[in-house]
Design a protein around this ligand. Structure first.
Ligand code: ADP
Ligand code: MG
Length: 321
């Protein structure tokens, strides 16, 4: 069995990158970072608990990826450039065959975003993975939740609902064939944080949030913080590749109230439509216009013919745990 210090040295400490903002990384009482002059720090934490957010037999490589991905997604939703993160780990036992792929999955994604692991804490306990992530954003350019304005277009990135569809298959709420599962499962296990899109939307979008708990709920947070409402064209919501093949009711339910999508929902002035499409193209992420921000509070759902849907977002929610 590895000691705490052996496992930190072996799996979680690496020499600093050449262009690093980290003056001192893993190994001392604190890490030291030198933020770029004039930048604001964007800071966020996300914790994943075994049995709540993932199953005990989850593949450690993709779990390592996902833990960091959900944190990167928060920076993306703020329009912040990732720079560093800390990792607090509670482990039932120090097993090399779990720690090795876990750290590899996590650090591969970290390297892809130039985001350094600069410290953390390690203890024995029920498997819990808690990350605090640091990013940089120029003052006034963060994509805050409270900045949506009446008249803005409402957009979402990528596609929605496939992660929830995969979960439904695991829970045996519906059955997927091998091909559908191959499309949907990666959306649940290995989400792609939309960091490049968040950065490209600086100065273009007004407000943004990342969709982790279902579009309707997360959009609700943005609307509340901005003191506005919205009209959502439910049948314009981009369904995932597997969900697209399902009936209208399931499509509506999982695009609206799925969960684990890690796409961005954002508002932008109408005059910025072209700029949004250009930003999306530069970032290599599709975007879809799905509605608009209203002065009147509340969320109004329309179908493809512009008729109001009778269902409330909550009524799509009954399979949530
Ligand atoms: P302290 O006693 O100050 O809490 P520790 O002995 O827990 O320090 O940790 C020693 C060093 O290893 C510190 O620099 C800490 O940031 C780092 N560290 C501990 N656990 C992790 C981890 N899971 N990932 C990365 N760095 C870690
Ligand atoms: Mg410690």
């Amino acid at each position: 069995m590895l000691s705490e210090f052996e496992l930190i040295a072996r799996y979680f400490s690496r020499p600093p990158a050449p262009d690093s903002r980290t003056a001192l990384g893993v190994g001392d009482d604190c890490a030291l970072m030198t933020p770029a002059p004039g930048m604001q720090l964007a800071i966020s934490s996300d914790m994943l608990v075994c049995g709540r957010h993932f199953l005990p037999d989850a593949d450690p490589f993709t779990l390592g990826h996902k833990c960091l991905a959900v944190n990167l997604s928060d920076l993306a939703a703020m329009g912040a450039q990732p720079i560093a993160f800390t990792l607090a780990l509670a482990l039932p036992e120090a097993r090399a065959d779990w720690l090795e792929p876990f750290s590899r999955g996590m650090l591969a994604l970290a390297d892809a975003h130039g985001c350094e692991l600069i410290g953390g804490d390690t203890t024995k306990g029920p498997l819990t993975i808690s990350i605090t992530i640091f990013g940089e954003v120029p003052p006034q350019q963060a994509l805050r939740r409270d900045a949506a304005r009446a008249g803005d277009d409402l957009w979402v990135s990528g596609t929605l609902g496939d992660a929830r569809l995969a979960l439904a298959a695991y829970r045996q709420e519906c059955s997927l064939n091998a091909e559908e599962l191959a499309l949907a499962a990666p959306r649940m296990h290995a989400p792609t944080p939309r960091v490049a899109l968040g950065l490209a939307l600086r100065g273009i979008a007004h407000a943004a949030i990342d969709i982790s708990d279902g579009l309707a709920g997360d959009l609700g947070h943005l609307l509340q913080r901005s003191h506005v409402g919205a009209t959502l064209d439910v049948d314009a919501l981009p369904a995932g590749a597997a969900l697209q093949q399902r009936d209208l009711h399931l499509r509506r339910r999982f695009t609206l109230s799925g969960g684990d999508d890690y796409e961005l929902c954002f508002s932008a002035p109408v005059r910025q439509r072209d700029a949004v499409y250009k930003a999306a193209q530069a970032a290599g992420t599709a975007v879809t216009r799905v509605g608009s921000i209203d002065a009147a509070p509340g969320l109004r759902l329309l179908d493809a013919s512009g008729e109001a849907l009778q269902e409330t977002p909550d009524s799509f929610d009954h399979f949530r745990s």
